[in-house]
Write a protein that binds this ligand. Sequence first.
Ligand SMILES: Nc1nc2c(c(=O)[nH]1)N[C@H]1C(S)=C(S)[C@@H](COP(=O)(O)OP(=O)(O)OC[C@H]3O[C@@H](n4cnc5c(N)ncnc54)[C@H](O)[C@@H]3O)O[C@H]1N2
Ligand code: MOO
Length: 432
Amino acid sequence: MKPGLLPFDDALAALLAQAETISGVERIDTLHAAGRVLAEDIRSALDVPPMDNTQMDGYALRSADVAGAGPERPVRLRVAQRIPAGHVGEPLAAGAAARIFTGAMIPEGADAVVMQEDTRAEGDEVLVMHAAQPGEWVRRAGEDIRADSVILPAGTRLTPQAVGLAASVGLAQLPVRRRIRAACFFTGDELARPGEPLAPGAIYDSNRYVLVSLLRGLGCEVSDLGNVPDSLDATREALRSAAVDNDLIVTSGGMSVGEEDHVRAALQAEGELTMWQIAIKPGKPLAHGRVRRGGMSAAALAASALSGIPMAVPAALPGEAQFVGLPGNPVSAFVTFLLFVRPFLLRLSGVQDVMPQAMPMAADFDWPKPDRRREFLRARIADSGRLELFRNQGSAVLTSTVWADGLVDNPPGHAIRRGDMVRFLPFAALLG
Ligand SMILES: Nc1nc2c(c(=O)[nH]1)N[C@H]1C(S)=C(S)[C@@H](COP(=O)(O)OP(=O)(O)OC[C@H]3O[C@@H](n4cnc5c(N)ncnc54)[C@H](O)[C@@H]3O)O[C@H]1N2
Ligand code: MOO
């Protein structure tokens, strides 16, 4: 391997070490909180369930009254009351039962429920054919959640079920981190916009569509600056304006070593390059850095260009914007986003557990000539339950990313034989 290429784990650790949690917390409606990150621990003010209640439609009674009952020896009780869910019953006397429905509160005095299939109603009496144990079919107050316990810790990325849990303890609003503001632009004079005709030598820009969608999927407020010409000045200008009001700048292309690759030089002129070239395939030219703030925002530039009136430079955010430069090859850009930008973004929002869950799976393929870099191969789960590889693992073959279910994470120089166990990173764990 070329000296100087950073091993994947070192690069990721170095990147995450740079990700300081953004400041800025907002209280938002719980109904709109899915996907956001909790800024504080959430405690329940109440027991859930808040009261003892029945798990079954049937009869609440005193278990001592039905000791020894069975199909051959039914015990007759008077039905003293009827308690639907949402209603509070009267205290239950010895020798009596309460007709009760799932979710309804157990009346004082009762300690068990007999499901109605184990009973027979006879007028205002019931024959009980089951010797209920104390507590049978009773959901205890606080058995799910105890009052004052933490139900969701700070840094939790809210799933739909977590939002439901917050609602179940009565919380109408939640404190969440503000959204990350991410700017992106795409270098390459060969890039044409979909919808426009394709000139000779041009290709359609796909990275913009992939990366804007990925950033939005992770809950970012995205400033899409579009295509930037392959020149040092244009790239510097784009970095300067993107830095003003964004936390993170993500670019694609121009990261390699050709004369037309200007992003590194532009970054060094406008801030600093902290990391470049990782020992992975695809994605070797990935870079991280920071861009000094102080210029005019992209929005202000556009407004002043439109009005023709020079505008005052808006007060810039202090400090620097984070920068991640992705390689231009479409598969490389997609894969490096999933492996680096996603955990970085989550960490900026205060999420601690940012590593995707890998699954050990059997290979249904041979990979006799591994690269010296750690490889991330496009693979899918075949009907056999094993993994098969896409036939063309080229960095420009975007079809492979649509065909695949995820990535085989293959160590440097490691050959794979059919039947071997490999580390599989499903897209389901890497997207969203
Ligand atoms: N002499 C060397 N050449 C290259 C090296 C190297 O080490 N030495 N590394 C190769 C690797 S690995 C990669 S990956 C690419 C990455 O290069 P860049 O980040 O500079 O990307 P570009 O040169 O701008 O583009 C590469 C490729 O991707 C296409 N592209 C770019 N942007 C888009 C877009 N928005 N949508 C679709 N396709 C895009 C572009 O047309 C090129 O084909 O460099 C290797 N070269
Ligand atoms: O390894 Mo480059 O990153 O795709 O070809």
